[in-house]
Design a protein around this ligand. Structure first.
Ligand SMILES: *Cc1c(COP(=O)(O)O)cnc(C)c1O
Length: 407
């Protein structure tokens, strides 16, 4: 069977694949920088960046070179032996993020699980919480991944329905509500886990001053502040870490996604020495975590992020793009929000849902993804140029000045 058109590829996926996603009907075969090409040869600007995993742009040549070089040298040793990439990765990552210690994992969800384990252990061995009583506070509308423990403290019915029973020991408070957080802290509270900007919830920013108050509260009540920067981190918001916008420092910071520039799953927990030092040999691990291929890829991904000025570009192009959306004055827009190149346009309910508009944008060469019913998320690679931003804006102008069916 000739598998060279979109419908054939989709039919294969539908026949053999689990139906746990509802992707746009575009089948991609190549990527370079901000662009991707489908199997029919059409070119698009990628405005999702694999949920911010390809901040550095698709197939960045320097990350690719590091990957191929290391793949010919040594890929996996397990942590039973040492490898010559891990130490340098730690050193560069810690210097860049002002951390004392790092723990490498693979997926974002594993980094979250790791932080939860470390926080509990710290609670029992340092804070003195009685065994099995530790509580961790999380936010309503959070997104931290898909493992059973993590979906157990999700408030999204689709994420948790029919997957119980769940891990106990979590409390949920509204995001951005410092009074609610204060009221939820007990002597058994070991940590507060929160996203600097709630990405999957629709790019929700907290009220100004919230994180300053959170930091102060966690310090006075001896609670570990865990910031999940898996999506906001590594330049996406126009700073290396989104916590810099708030002028705070977390006790544990989680990064993933763009840590490999989209080549390979690499995540990490960053920490001060006091918290991370509660872990001893045998208490946690991962066969692939910290492998030399992952370390070499991550070192290159971090290097190009800094050296090629991607973080500053995210700040500049982000505000240019946001201003452009605002200047559209579309009667269908409820709100334009975000920071850096982590942006969202929320449509009014009358617009009839974001999906149709994403499909209309696709026909105009722009790939965006709806989040929830009414929000379009816009998060292109951080290397996007001004003229490419203009192309994105032109497509939005065309789509939002007429109804999506004819656009
Ligand atoms: C994507 C994401 C995760 C989960 O990462 P995976 O690599 O998909 O497991 C966790 N937290 C946030 C904020 C994310 O955006």
């Amino acid at each position: 069977m000739a598998r060279d058109n979109t419908a054939d590829f989709i039919a294969l996926e539908t026949q053999y694949g689990a139906a746990n996603y509802r992707p746009l009907d575009v089948v991609l075969t190549r990527g370079e920088g901000v662009h991707v090409w489908d199997v029919e040869g059409r070119r698009y600007i990628d405005c999702l960046s694999a949920y911010s995993a390809v901040n550095q742009g698709h197939c960045h040549p320097k990350i690719l070179a590091a990957l191929t070089r290391q793949a010919q040298q040594l890929t996996l040793t397990s942590r039973a032996f040492r490898n010559d990439q891990l130490g340098a990765f730690y050193e560069e990552l810690c210097a860049l993020t002002h951390s004392h210690k790092a723990l490498p994992m693979n997926s974002g969800a594993e980094a979250v699980e790791t932080a939860l384990k470390v926080a509990r252990k710290w609670g029992y061995t340092v804070k003195g919480v009685p065994q099995d009583q530790a509580e961790i506070i999380v936010c309503r509308d959070n997104f931290h991944g898909r493992t059973l423990t993590i979906v157990g403290f999700s408030t999204d019915p689709a994420a948790r329905r029919d997957f119980g029973p769940f891990t106990p020991g979590f409390r949920i408070v509204p995001f951005g509500d410092i009074k609610a957080l204060e009221a939820a802290i007990t002597p058994f509270t070991v940590a507060f886990l929160v996203e600097p900007i709630q990405g999957e919830a629709g790019v929700i920013l907290p009220p100004p001053g919230y994180f300053k108050a959170v930091r102060a509260l966690c310090s006075t009540r001896n609670v570990i502040l865990i910031l999940d920067e898996i999506q906001t981190g590594l330049g996406r918001t126009g700073k290396l870490l989104a916590e810099e916008h708030e002028a705070i420092e977390a006790d544990l910071t989680l990064i993933g996604k763009a840590l490999s520039g989209g080549f390979y799953p690499v995540s990490a927990v960053l920490s001060n020495a006091e918290v991370m030092d509660v872990l001893h040999p045998g208490e946690h691990g991962s066969t692939f975590g910290g492998n030399p291929l992952a370390c070499a890829v991550a070192r290159a991904a971090l290097k190009v992020l800094i050296e090629e000025g991607m973080i500053e570009n995210a700040m500049r192009m982000g505000s240019y793009l946001k201003t452009g959306f605002e200047a559209l004055h579309s009667p269908l827009f409820k709100e334009v929000r975000g920071r850096g190149l982590m942006l969202a346009v929320e449509l009014l309910p009358e617009a009839g849902g974001a999906r149709g508009y994403c499909e209309a944008l696709q026909r105009r060469g722009i790939l965006c993804k709806e989040t929830h019913e009414h929000t379009i998320r816009i998060a292109p690679p951080l290397i996007i140029t001004k003229s490419e931003v203009d192309e994105v804006l032109d497509a939005f102008v065309a789509v939002f000045s007429r109804d999506p069916v004819s656009a």
